[in-house]
Design a protein around this ligand. Sequence first.
Ligand SMILES: Cc1cc2nc3c(=O)[nH]c(=O)nc-3n(C[C@H](O)[C@H](O)[C@H](O)COP(=O)(O)OP(=O)(O)OC[C@H]3O[C@@H](n4cnc5c(N)ncnc54)[C@H](O)[C@@H]3O)c2cc1C
Ligand SMILES: NC(=O)c1ccc[n+]([C@@H]2O[C@H](COP(=O)([O-])OP(=O)(O)OC[C@H]3O[C@@H](n4cnc5c(N)ncnc54)[C@H](O)[C@@H]3O)[C@@H](O)[C@H]2O)c1
Length: 450
Amino acid sequence: MSQSYDLIVLGAGMAGVASANKCASQGWRVAIVDPLPYGGTCALRGCDPKKILRRGAEIIDSARLMEGKGIDAGGLSIKWGDLMKHKHGFTDPVPENMEAGLNGNGVETLHGPARFTAERQIDVDGTRYDADRFLIATGARPRPLDFPGHEHLIDSTGFLDLDDLPSRILFVGGGFISFEFAHIAARAGASPVIVDRGERPLKGFDPDLVELLVARGAEIGVELRRSTSIVAVEPNSRGYIVTLDRAGVCESIETDLVVHGAGRVADLAGLALDAAGVEWGERGVSVSDHLQSTTNAAVWAAGDSADTAGMPLTPVAVIEAKVASSNMIKGTTAAPNYSGIPTAVFTIPELARVGMLETEAREQGIDLTVRHSDTSGWYSNYRLGETTAAAKVLIDRSTDRVVGAHLLGPEYGELINTFGLAITLGLTTRQLKSTTAAYPTVGSDLGSMV
Ligand SMILES: Cc1cc2nc3c(=O)[nH]c(=O)nc-3n(C[C@H](O)[C@H](O)[C@H](O)COP(=O)(O)OP(=O)(O)OC[C@H]3O[C@@H](n4cnc5c(N)ncnc54)[C@H](O)[C@@H]3O)c2cc1C
Ligand SMILES: NC(=O)c1ccc[n+]([C@@H]2O[C@H](COP(=O)([O-])OP(=O)(O)OC[C@H]3O[C@@H](n4cnc5c(N)ncnc54)[C@H](O)[C@@H]3O)[C@@H](O)[C@H]2O)c1
């Protein structure tokens, strides 16, 4: 016998939990299912634990920047095991607390991998569950790699759970994960090498600011190899030999650890989506702008497992889940507004973006004013001893509105939120300049950036 629900949510990460709680609050009978402890990538294996480890690295970097300015950073080091314990202090209670919260809101919590058996039915460990609607929120997993020896790589989950940090680490891919982890590892005493197959790493960010970040990384020992592909990874008695190919010239380097940072794909392969007639691809479930499957009206998708215009980021997952749930409840066809959602790479210093890249704005024919400032000498950065900081703000000359903001510097991951607000609300630079920030804060630099 099967059980019947108004909604079954597949995946208890940011998107899934937001949707389950919202729909249960409307009096719907809702179940949520996950094979792993509840919490998803962000809270357990991504954003949150990563930024706890980064705190150790921030302290080392801040002290080093103040060397000779009244601080002796000589004896300072990261005790990796203790930093990991600090991380576990946050992550370990998450699954139980999250499940208790869901149960308290009337959501039934199931455990096991879900797989479709019909258009409106799933199987979880041999039990069938029927529902009028399903939300697929199963997230993403590391992109499968095919070079010989790829099975020796650890992924981001493995890196965030390392008991010890080895001294030689090679990161495959020059994106978010490799840059963030390499910046932590370098401050913890390791020698990271990032290998990217393209000429330009962190392609979604302003290229001028990325180059500044690469140079700052080189100063602290993060080596970047561009236009380089991995030929093979072979274990040896001391670690691994990684063979690299740059423009037909091969070179081997020895390392203790090889980490996957070469992108993620939607985690859908185990869902038997064909049984439900749901179309999907590497980028996720094919959905309309209002997040309903294009081929099965009972199925919706949100977050990293949905093929949408939104980036695979936590705030996007939450917004999509809320919009999809609202559409299900009200029978509407609203689409998420992605325009003012900021993103940051939590290197040290951090690199942030909201809105359009300069190239995108020019392609759209926008008459741009570009305010590009080297902010390294500004008071906020002088105070910290930071040598690398910059801002590039793109303003539509015809409306005086901010259409893009790109920042590299300490605390700019906070400042970018104000630019996000400006883009979402369509504020003009005149309006932005008319607001008053507490002084001295990085927020008080905003007026000078526009
Ligand atoms: C290392 C790392 C760092 C990151 N840092 C940031 C950051 O700083 N800021 C940011 O905005 N984003 C960050 N991200 C991205 C962010 O974590 C994701 O965008 C976000 O977690 C997506 O949420 P989601 O709910 O779509 O999926 P997830 O949180 O991945 O949840 C999906 C859930 O579905 C479950 N599932 C899978 N298969 C099935 C199945 N068959 N049946 C049932 N359940 C299933 C999984 O077990 C998982 O719990 C980071 C990602 C990584 C990997
Ligand atoms: N701070 C954050 O918000 C944050 C942090 C980590 C991850 N994430 C999310 O997770 C996603 C995945 O992160 P990621 O860093 O794995 O991917 P990414 O898409 O950011 O970067 C992948 C990089 O790997 C390169 N690459 C791919 N295959 C390669 C190969 N075989 N050899 C060498 N280089 C190769 C690509 O050219 C690209 O530069 C991101 O897109 C992001 O949405 C976000």
